[in-house]
Design a protein around this ligand. Structure first.
Ligand code: ADP
Ligand code: MG
Length: 525
């Protein structure tokens, strides 16, 4: 490592970097970057698959327990720039398809590992990059070939959802029933052209009960309670007003407008304030609204007028958009602006208690088919991980529907990818062939890791998987009892969205080749 970039020009040294910047060049830069990348994938590999373990991450006294690759890497606060590129792989994977983050990170790490061996054998970085890119196109071909024929029915989708949740923290609820809830939710928001309006599905996770109480609500849930105790806690066939603002005095009469010198003036001021507040509440009642949601504050006196008139009012609502979306209400900027045709509608609004919290359920809204998966778990940690698992499952089901179907899981697809890439490697000219072969070997890391996480010998498992495939049977690593079995994932109902596999191959290749190409790291201080 050389301090500050020192260049020689005509004999005298010339400094182009500041004193305290750090520079690493050539092989040192490459091996440091590759090690950092490998370390990242090492950190998540034991979580892969249904028998994957969880990680407990502790930062600033906060504890997160998770099995989710993207979450683990996000919580680790990684500083090394090359390592961060692998964190980005997981993030991209999460954003694009919502699952397969561990798969993508483990693959990227293995591609780096293989690249390191090639570099040691004097294969040029550009040759590696070209070979990897060529191999990744071959991998895509193999994935496309493996996509199962025919339309996906509800049962297939439940299988996909379940595969994504098996081995995840779902509290005391089995992945099966939860997968059914997830598919039911997606079904509700299918549009006429068959796509999924994913944004209309919300997850509301609450501590308080066991997770088996997880439920599908046809509507939205607001994490707030009525502003006044005397308000109704349930309203059927509700007309709903939505105010984006406060319901209070425009200005305080007492403070601002009068100089109050005696009791009469004070009383007059109070009366005029009260009249103004009463008028606000009355306007809501006159329009025929039964329920009012406000993003801002509802003043106590307005609240009590509304309560007297039997209006259910809730303030401090952070997501007015969801209510508007579900009920068809329009957003009024103040009570005065509110008009009768701006009210929305819902079949029922009810306030229910969960532990110390009251939640308001808006069900059967007339405007949209919004649904909420209401998830519950015994503790904060259980609830958080349950929410991540449900989100993954929603995303994989959506990806399977919208983005090109499903492929066999449990490592079977990877065996076929590796085989396909290896087959074509022979026809690749020169040293690039080595890179294409290395890519195929790198893909093997996924079934190997699944096997070793299941307690099998990874080498034996790989040999058996390949032998089975050569005999014409698609095989994966399925967990059974205390160990694993080499068996057909389709029969066992283990399916992954093709999009998850495509994205994993793409983003892992991208990150690995980007890291391999770097031969100079200059860090300004
Ligand atoms: P990722 O973050 O990559 O999604 P997971 O821990 O969810 O990591 O593991 C995904 C892998 O586990 C996929 O290859 C998937 O096919 C496989 N898998 C899921 N369910 C099973 C199962 N029941 N048996 C074997 N493999 C499974
Ligand atoms: Mg997963």
């Amino acid at each position: 490592m050389s301090q500050s970039g020192q260049q020689r020009m005509g004999g005298s040294p010339m400094f182009i970097l500041s004193e305290d910047s750090q520079r690493t060049q050539g092989d040192d830069a490459q091996s440091s970057n590759i090690s950092a990348g490998k370390a990242i994938s090492e950190a998540v590999r034991t979580t892969l698959g249904p028998r994957g373990m969880d990680k407990m991450l502790v930062a600033d006294g906060d504890v997160v327990i998770t099995n989710d690759g993207a979450t683990i890497l996000d919580e680790m606060e990684i500083e090394h720039p090359a390592a961060n590129m692998l964190v980005e792989v997981a993030q991209t994977q999460e954003e694009e398809v919502g699952d397969g983050t561990t798969t993508a990170s483990v693959l990227a790490g293995e591609l780096l590992s293989k690249a390191e061996e090639l570099l040691d054998d004097d294969v040029h970085p550009t040759t590696i990059v070209e070979g990897y890119h060529e191999a990744s196109s071959l991998a895509r071909e193999a994935i496309d070939d493996l996509v199962l024929d025919g339309d996906l029915d509800a049962e297939d989708l439940i299988t996909v959802a379940e595969s994504s949740m098996t081995g995840k923290g779902t509290g005391d609820v089995a992945a099966g029933p939860l997968a059914e809830t997830v598919v039911e939710a997606v079904d509700h928001v299918r549009t006429d052209d068959g796509s999924v309006d994913r944004d209309s599905i919300t997850i509301n996770a609450q501590v308080g009960s066991s997770s088996s109480a997880t439920d599908l609500i046809e509507g939205v849930i607001v994490d707030e309670e009525p502003v006044h105790d005397n308000m109704p806690r349930s309203v059927e066939d509700a007309s709903i007003a939505v105010i984006d603002g406060d319901l209070d005095l425009k200005e305080s009469n007492i403070d601002a407008e009068y100089n109050v010198n005696n009791v009469d003036q004070l009383n007059a001021a109070i009366e005029s304030e009260e009249a103004e507040l009463r008028e606000r509440a009355q306007h809501v009642v006159d329009l025929g609204a039964d329920v009012l949601f406000a993003s801002g504050d509802i003043e106590d006196r307005v609240a009590s007028y509304l309560a007297k008139d039997g209006v259910l009012a809730i303030d401090d609502v952070s997501d007015l958009g969801a209510i508007i979306n579900a009920t068809g209400a329009s957003r009024a900027s103040s009570v005065e602006d509110l008009e009768a045709d701006e009210l929305g509608n819902a079949e029922s609004i009810s306030v229910r208690s969960y532990g110390d919290d009251d939640l308001t359920f808006i069900e059967g809204g007339t405007a949209a088919k919004a649904v909420t998966i209401f998830a519950r778990g015994g503790t904060e940690h259980v609830v958080d991980e349950l929410e991540r698992s449900i989100r993954d499952a929603l995303d994989v089901v959506t990806a399977a529907i919208e983005r090109g179907g499903v492929v066999p899981g449990a490592g079977a697809t990877e065996i076929v990818i590796a085989d396909h890439v290896r087959d074509h490697a022979a026809g690749v000219e020169g040293r690039k062939q080595l890179a294409v072969e290395a890519f195929a070997d790198a893909v093997d890391v996924l079934p190997r890791t699944l096997a070793s996480n299941t307690g099998m010998d990874p080498i034996d498992a790989l040999v058996d998987l390949r032998a089975a495939y050569e005999n014409g049977t698609l095989s994966g690593v399925l967990s059974s009892g205390q160990s694993g079995d080499i068996a057909d994932p389709l029969e066992a109902g283990v399916l992954d969205p093709a999009a998850v596999k495509r994205e994993a191959v793409d983003s892992a290749t991208e990150a690995a080749t980007m890291i391999v190409r770097i031969d100079d790291v200059i860090a300004a201080n």
